[in-house]
Design a protein around this ligand. Structure first.
Ligand SMILES: Cc1cc2nc3c(=O)[nH]c(=O)nc-3n(C[C@H](O)[C@H](O)[C@H](O)COP(=O)(O)OP(=O)(O)OC[C@H]3O[C@@H](n4cnc5c(N)ncnc54)[C@H](O)[C@@H]3O)c2cc1C
Length: 428
């Protein structure tokens, strides 16, 4: 079988590429959405780690409207748990409830920041931008836990609007009296109304996609012949291939890969996340959306409460918690042990009553979660992307571009790749 263009991966980027090009999608699993899919079991719906839509992008907003994805609009109720206290997010402008000496140090260091030399890594960037107090107390421990690498090994080009940068007045006011949460990109956010969770977005996109082939895992790509062999035995040749696969996976299944490309791919890393989901037999156990946990003695770096994002994501009268635990290396932690530890920690931080009736436990492993911006990333990407271009493979999406894309950006990247290809076809 031959197709002019084929798309590997039915996550948001692959679906968007298909919507804007009508090329067929080949997806390894039996559902769309990739990391932005949701899973429902016994009436509880869980996303694959917390997912909220924080876009201001008109194209994405219009697309979702055209696809009839109805959205709740929420105002953020987010917190940080440290020093046995829940502090409103972001920490930098809400220290009033924390110990006096800590507040004084954060404020003093914030006032005296910026005298350091130009930063060379993420840790130095934190010191220079937010001061040593905020960095040492929250950002560095949280980073180590979340990214699973030292911030001194990371670059800071990704920080942009992802790390809130308050002004002096906001820090001062937050240290003295006021609880203020209106800084950062996700002060207000949207979430699908449907009981299908965040996965409702991908499901709506799927309805408009011309052709999607499920349970087609690309096993080998013969790069000279331009042919994909799938694990079900099917073979499809192509002129152009759009891939949303994680780059190391894509390179692994390609034939005739030059040594320098192989080496570059081996230098790309992500953190990995296990999401421990709990269904609780009690209504409204919390009114929070999510909480960050920087302290090392708590197993998870973040929890969220799906029942506060949409109706019908739990059975009537029940609540739910998703705890995200990051890890590195090839072996995930033992899930049974981890679930026990997560439950104990939830009780310890008063997120769950000791006598809570847990109706359901479900775990989800995300082996490619957040792409790590270390010192090898940029050069490695250049080598890999140049080679892929030379063999007519167009990587796209979060893991094809190896970037910190939110879901709206993944959609836009699929759209942009499709449009680029259509333009090339017209001029050919
Ligand atoms: C824990 C977590 C929390 C997040 N929170 C948010 C948030 O709050 N807000 C937000 O906007 N964004 C969030 N994101 C980001 C968002 O989920 C991604 O940007 C987006 O879903 C990426 O889509 P994608 O299509 O690029 O990649 P993917 O979703 O990874 O899609 C790739 C697809 O390729 C398929 N595939 C893999 N291998 C093969 C193969 N060999 N053959 C065929 N198919 C294959 C996979 O099954 C998958 O469906 C979060 C991401 C994570 C991991």
């Amino acid at each position: 079988m031959h197709e002019r263009t084929i798309i590997l991966g039915g996550g948001l980027a692959g679906l968007a590429a298909s919507l804007y090009s009508t090329a067929p999608v080949y997806e390894a699993s039996n559902k769309v959405g990739g990391v932005a899919a949701s899973d429902t079991i016994d009436g509880f719906t869980f996303d694959r780690g917390i997912h909220i839509l924080q876009t201001q992008n008109e194209t994405v907003i219009k697309l979702l409207k055209d696809l009839d994805v109805n959205m709740f609009e929420h105002s953020r109720h987010a917190y940080i748990y440290s020093f046995n206290t829940y502090t409103a997010y972001p920490f930098q402008v809400n220290t009033a409830g924390l110990p006096f000496m800590l507040r004084a140090r954060c404020l003093w260091n914030f006032l005296n920041r910026g005298r350091e030399a130009e930063p060379d890594n993420y840790q130095e960037w934190m010191y220079r931008t937010l001061g040593k107090g905020f960095a040492d107390t929250f950002l560095i421990p949280y980073s180590e836990k979340f990214w699973t690498v030292q911030p001194s090994e990371m670059t800071f080009e990704w920080t942009g609007n992802r790390v809130p940068k308050p002004n002096l007045w906001q820090v001062l006011r937050g240290a003295i009296w006021s609880r203020q949460t209106n800084i950062g990109t996700n002060v207000d956010f949207r979430y699908p109304v449907a009981s299908a969770g965040y996965g409702a977005i991908a499901s709506a996109m799927k309805k408009k996609v011309t052709k999607i082939n499920f349970q087609h895992r690309a096993k080998t790509i013969h790069t000279q012949e331009r042919k994909v062999i799938f694990d079900n035995g099917k073979e499809v040749s192509y002129d152009t291939l759009i891939s949303t696969l994680p780059l190391p996976e894509l390179i692994r299944i390609c034939t005739d890969v030059p040594d320098n490309v192989m080496e570059a791919a081996s230098k790309l890393h992500t953190n990995k996340i296990i999401v421990v989901n709990l269904g609780i037999d009690k209504p409204n156990i919390s009114d929070k959306h999510w909480v960050h946990f920087p302290e090392k003695d708590v197993s998870f770096f973040r929890i969220s409460y799906p029942h506060n994002f949409a109706d019908n994501v739990t059975p009537k009268g029940m609540s739910s918690i998703s705890a995200e635990v990051a890890y590195s290396g090839d072996t995930p932690p033992d899930e049974e042990q981890l679930v026990k530890r997560v439950i104990n920690d939830l009780i310890r931080v008063k997120a769950l009553d000791a006598d809570a009736s847990i109706k359901l436990t479900m775990t989800k492993n995300i082996p490619y979660a957040y792409c790590i911006y270390d010192k090898h990333r940029k050069a490695s990407l250049q080598i890999i992307h140049d080679w892929l271009k030379s063999i007519n493979i167009f990587p796209t999406g979060r893991y094809g571009l190896w970037t910190y894309f939110w879901s709206d950006e993944a959609i836009l990247s699929g759209k942009s790749t499709a449009e680029k290809l259509l333009k090339l076809e017209k001029t050919a």
